[in-house]
Each structure stands twice: as C-alpha cells, then as structure tokens.
Design a protein around this ligand. Structure first.
Ligand code: FE
Length: 352
C-alpha cells in the first residue's frame, strides 16, 4: 500500500484547510480508520482484522512488510507516519523499535490486566511501550534414527562433541536466533555463552541457510540430524494438507529443551501504538481486542501460537500433541537488550 503516506499527507492538508466547514460526520468517518503496519506473516490473521472491523465498525488499512522494512519505514516517515498500530514478531525486533522511540505509552486497564508483566516491553526511557500477545517456543528437532533424546535435551548440549556434524541452522543473526542466544546469555553469562556459540559453529552440518521450516525438512531428509525451530512451524507441518509435510514431521522428534533447568526459550509476537498515531483510541481498542478471548484463541487455533492470556480453552490438536512443558520466564525485554552483545559474539566465533 505505497500510497498510504501520501494519502495521509493529502488528508492532513485537506483537513487543515477545510476543518471549519467539515460536517461532524466526516470527522467521525476519519476516526473510523485504523492504519496498521504489520510484520506478522501469517495468512490466518486475516480473520483477526475482519472480526475487529465487524465488531467495532473501524476500517483497517494495512501495510504488510518484513520487520526490518517496517522499522526503516517508520524511522524515515517520522512524525508524518500514518501508522497507528505496529505489529512485530520477535522480542529482539520489538526491543529495537522500543529503543528507536517508535512506540508511545499506552494507558489501558485491559492490557495491564490481561498481558503478563514479563511479556510486556519495559519503558526504555523514552515512553515507548509494547505488549506481547502470543508466545512461541524455540524447540529442538532431531532425527530419531540417529540421535538419542538425551543428547539434545538442553540447548547447551548442541555444542557437545556428540553433536559434531549434526546441526542445521538458519542464520545466527536472524532475530529468532538472536533472541535465543540473548536468553542463553542471561542464563549462563558471557563467557559460557561465547564458548557455547563457538561449539555450535563447530558442530554444523552445513553453513547456515534458510528458515526454520527448511531446517525441519533438512533433518527429515537426513541432510542433518539436529535443528532448532519455532514451535508453530512444526505445528503447521503437522496440520498441513500436503502429505509430504506430514511425512517430514513424522520423521523427526521434538524436544522442549532445558526442562530440568530454566525451561524452554520463549519468544513473542507483539504490538504497540505507533509514536505518531493519529487515531490513538482506535489503536488502543485494537490492542485490547488482541488481548481478548476471541483473538487470543485465534493465535492458537489459527497460527499455532500460545496465547499470552492463560486459561483459555484451545482447539488445536497439533499444539495439544506437543504437550505441556516448562517455559522460560525471564522478561522478554531482557532478551532484546542482550542482542547487541550476542551479535558481537557471533562475529567473533564466525557464526554467520
Ligand atoms: Fe516466523
């Protein structure tokens, strides 16, 4: 939707010129539009937006782009940005936006009550604030023919000599990995984390490439024996209409790492009110909608994530089959904060 920024500027100019003569209904019509910049890359989300519009009468204009593209666009648009709401996936990216001052404070009793404190962004000192609406686990998948579960039941073991030549991974600098490594830095400290990352590089079956689903497929095809993936990619293959996807996922086993210690690394998808939002009431209303039972259930049933709000009844057999597990509880904002130090470590150990 490249014309959105231009449209906004034209609208603002028109509004300034004709405001005194505008009938009240026209002003209200303007209030009934919400501009969302979204980096959620999940087709099933269409229902979320449609349901919100149906329930509130607020029309949604959406700009879909990858996270880096959205952040760059918000930065370059500055105060002229038409964005009211920003949706991002991954704590590392939300943290980047928070530090960049791209969000604004939100006053909402609903969000305070519904979203657990450890899934919210801490104010970085500039009033930027965000909320996690769904969670995903970063799990280990392995070839059950070649690997013992006990060899891969912690993230730490990924650097053990027993896993030499076994590991496939996406880029170390991808936010999903930066967040996992940022969590490891929090749990184990800098020296142990850098040693661990070095061991991980030494255990790779191939140079990092592809996304999480590619790693699952590489384990299934025998190209490697161990990989790390976000849980919803695995659940998506389990629920796929394509037989080859289900066959692939049947060839691998999954482990929720670190059950005997700090729990499995969790990440989030979240959202915020944009710094220069025009329609703040609608933006807050949308975030509150995302925290409601309907949207929260949708994250699970539609996109195989776990809701941020606990205690909801879900109907997702794939998630059910993954079972209960101990999840990490460190604040997600800390994970974001650690990513700069992690990136320096990756550069030092040659993890591309
Ligand atoms: Fe993803």
């Amino acid at each position: 939707m490249p014309s959105l920024a231009i449209t906004r500027r034209v609208c603002v100019a028109a509004f300034a010129t004709f405001v005194t003569s505008l009938p009240l209904t026209a002003v209200h019509a303007q209030d009934n539009v919400l501009n969302i910049y979204s980096a959620r890359h999940y087709k099933t989300d269409e229902a979320l937006y449609a349901n919100f519009s149906k329930a509130t009468g607020i029309k949604i204009n959406r700009v879909d782009a990858d996270d880096a593209g959205l952040l760059a666009r918000l930065q370059s648009e500055g105060a002229a940005s038409p964005a009211d709401v920003v949706l991002l996936v991954d704590a590392a990216r939300l943290w980047r936006a928070e530090v960049g001052g791209l969000f604004q404070p939100v006053k909402s009793a609903v969000l305070e009550k519904r979203i657990p404190a450890h899934l919210r962004g801490k104010d970085a000192g500039n009033g930027s604030q965000w909320f996690g609406f769904s969670t995903r686990a970063r799990v280990i998948v392995y070839d059950k023919q070649k690997v013992q579960r006990s060899e891969v039941d912690t993230y730490e073991k990924l650097s053990d000599p027993v896993n030499k030549g076994r590991i496939c991974t996406r880029s170390g600098s991808h936010p999903y990995n930066l967040s996992l490594f940022g969590a490891m830095l929090e749990h184990n400290g800098p020296a142990a984390t850098e040693t661990w990352l070095k061991g991980l590089v030494g255990n790779m079956a191939r140079a990092p490439k592809g996304g999480d689903t590619d790693q699952i497929r590489a384990v299934a095809s025998g190209e490697c024996a161990v990989a790390v993936t976000n849980s919803y990619y695995l659940a998506r293959l389990m629920r796929s209409d394509v037989a080859a996807d289900r066959t692939a996922v049947e060839r691998v086993s999954v482990v929720f790492p670190n059950q005997a210690s700090h729990g499995t690394h969790m990440n989030i998808a979240g959202g915020a009110v944009a710094r220069h939002a025009r329609n703040v009431p609608a933006a807050v209303k949308f975030l509150e909608y995302l925290a409601g039972d309907e949207a929260q259930s949708h994250f699970a049933d539609g996109n195989n994530e776990w809701p941020a709000v606990s205690g909801l009844k879900l109907t997702n057999a794939a998630l059910d089959s993954l079972g209960n597990f101990k999840a990490e509880t460190i604040p997600v904002s800390v994970i974001g904060m650690n990513q700069v130090r992690v990136q320096q470590m990756l550069d030092r150990v040659g993890f591309r």
